[in-house]
Design a protein around this ligand. Structure first.
Ligand code: M6R
Length: 358
């Protein structure tokens, strides 16, 4: 059932062109008018989740604020549950969970519902607890994810959140039909662009070989790619047991820059978007302290080679769509480092696929 792949994680990484495409199709063919009627009136959205789903929520915040102009707060479910949140009739609380069974996310949503919030879930498993316990449900269309490390469900969550933000924006008249269509059309090209990145698997494996013995990694990104830095760090630590941290690149000079020396690989997510120049100067700061720079950059960006030890190129897309592409090489990188180190990537120590205890 691994379809010729060595691990479920590897299979699931390579399934992404299809699962992204299926999520686009599935999402568009199941539009719930009542949900968007409610969203027209929403003046506050909380998104709660754990782990990788939390990183999807952080990306979703950028899209929902940009396209639907709804203020969004993102919280770890385990934190949200025990804080004095402010909820009224116009508050929506959205829970994101691949399994739909994560205890922290479930119980936080149930509490919010009791306090009068409207609740919405984004899950991959049909019939899961979360989907039954919330007022509205959105789905990702990935089929079962077996590997403990979330991969295909993450990119599908991103796609669903983007489509949700666009749909909500259309209803709230905060985006034009033209902008909506422009992003939609480009989204349809994302599966083949992901396919392009997956073809670089051998190149990424070689790179993994060169850095597999590092004891720490730093991941940096800005704006909508900052959560991708967090996700890259989580993926690496959970399957390879190498210590890794993700940071917004602009925060570096407030502390983490002290960590940089010639032994530290720094993975820098720097697509050709409007934050390019800022990110570029952050990379120069890393280089000046002799860090080993591994850049994820847009095809054709030659100048990045001057400040990088390694560059992984991804195809060009629209600014808001980059996270769906930039995360792919980070998944491949952690997969290869972990397998080269002989770790059990599908079943990492101390972890369970579904966390049904608090
Ligand atoms: O099923 P969920 O999306 O609610 O799971 C949340 C986290 O437990 C999960 O994303 C975890 O962090 C993964 N192992 C990450 O790869």
């Amino acid at each position: 059932e691994k379809a010729g792949y060595k691990h479920f994680m590897q299979k699931e990484i390579h399934e992404q062109p299809r699962t992204i495409g299926d999520t686009i199709t599935g999402f568009l063919s199941s539009k719930d008018e009542d949900l968007y009627r409610m969203i027209k009136d929403t003046d506050k959205l909380y998104i709660i989740a754990c782990g990788t789903s939390y990183h999807a929520a952080l990306v979703g915040k950028f899209w929902i604020e940009k396209f639907a102009r709804i203020p969004v707060e993102v919280d770890y479910a385990s934190e949200y549950r025990y804080r004095d949140r402010i909820i009224d009739k116009k508050t929506v609380v959205m829970g994101i969970s691949q399994s739909g069974e994560t205890a922290d996310t479930r119980f936080a949503l149930l509490d919010a519902k009791n306090e009068g919030a409207k609740t919405l879930s984004l899950v991959n498993v049909v019939g899961s607890s979360l989907s039954r316990e919330t007022d509205f449900v959105l789905y990702t269309y990935c089929g079962p994810e077996i590997g403990v490390a979330a991969t295909k469900t993450f990119t599908a969550q991103l796609v669903a959140l983007l489509l949700f933000a666009l749909e909500a924006g259309l209803g709230r008249k905060t985006i034009t039909k033209d902008d909506y269509e422009k992003i939609h059309n480009e989204l349809l090209h994302i599966p083949s662009k992901v396919e392009e990145i997956l073809k670089k698997d051998d190149e990424i494996k070689d790179l993994a070989h060169r850095y597999m013995n590092a004891s720490d990694f730093l991941f940096l990104g800005r704006n909508i790619n900052y959560p991708i830095a967090l996700e890259g760090a989580l993926k690496l630590k959970e399957i390879s047991y190498i210590h890794a941290e993700g940071y917004p690149a602009g925060e570096m000079k407030h502390g983490p820059i002290a960590l940089i020396d010639e032994k530290l690989p720094v993975v820098c997510v720097i697509p050709n978007d409007r934050y390019y120049e800022k990110m570029f100067s952050n990379i120069q700061e890393v280089k000046a302290r002799k860090g080993k720079v591994i850049s994820v950059a847009t095809e054709g960006d030659k100048q990045i080679e001057n400040v990088s030890d390694e560059v992984i190129y991804i195809p060009e897309t629209l600014d808001p769509l980059y996270p769906i592409l930039t995360v792919i090489p980070l998944q491949q990188l952690s997969y290869h480092i972990a397998t080269l180190l002989g770790k059990d990537v599908d079943q990492p120590r101390n972890l369970a696929k579904t966390v049904t205890v608090e």
